[in-house]
Design a protein around this ligand. Sequence first.
Ligand SMILES: [Zn+2]
Length: 297
Amino acid sequence: MIASQLLALPDFSLIPPFYGYILAGVFGAVIGSFLNVVIHRVPLEESIVFPNSRCPSCSAAIAFYDNIPVLSYVMLGGKCRGCKKHISARYPLVELLTGLLFAAVAWHDGLSFALPFNLVFSAALLSLVFIDAEHMILPNAITYPGIVFAVVARIALPYLTRTLYFDDLPSLAHGALSNTPVWVTSLVGAFLGALIGGGSLWLMGWTWEKLRGIEAMGLGDVKMMFMVGAYLGWRLTILTIFVGVLSGSVIGILLMARQRKKDMQMLLPFGVFLGIGSIAAILYGARLVEWYAGQFR
Ligand SMILES: [Zn+2]
């Protein structure tokens, strides 16, 4: 075998894409197992590294063979091997959803430099969704690193992919900023997106507070939308908020109808719906926005 053959990377195009998606799904389920630790411990301000996974009831360490995503839960009948206490269905659900999400992102990106970035970003969003659903908080421990991550991605991805990768980048780079380096243009896009995302959430909360005299929106939502806005750019951020408000309102009205509440006052974890909107925007946003813009041409 000659040296150049030894040095050549494996030709991934020979692997049928279907197996790639399966692989991404299995990898996602393993990451989902880690996200369970994040979702359980970050709101309690515990370390996500030490100690190893433990049963929430009896604190017995969970053996590796009882920690296989989804399968272990099914095999153990949803109970701890030691104390036989019921384990929350959230654990296999998060693993399953992360697996599906990773397969979908792999389908969206293919094998590219954008793939690892989008996987990390959507994993962070999924954690925020589940933490907000349970605790009604969006921890700084996730949103602050998320903002930094978005800025790094903004600088790195146009160079790594050798394309104007982000949704807002082509129009910015061919417009007023055509003479600036691409990383500067990309950061301007991040700034605009963060301003639109965080700003509109802040404005919604402020308006509601003035109208009703109650705090409606936490700063967590604003920080989350700084992170999302910086990464996705202004167009997909508006789409995210639209999907979030729409799905949140539908669920809110359904819940109020069920509980026969008349005063329209119910606390909904808005971050859940913003998270779902963001993931939808990553996967389908560009197509939706193009379709919408096409209606006016
Ligand atoms: Zn136990």
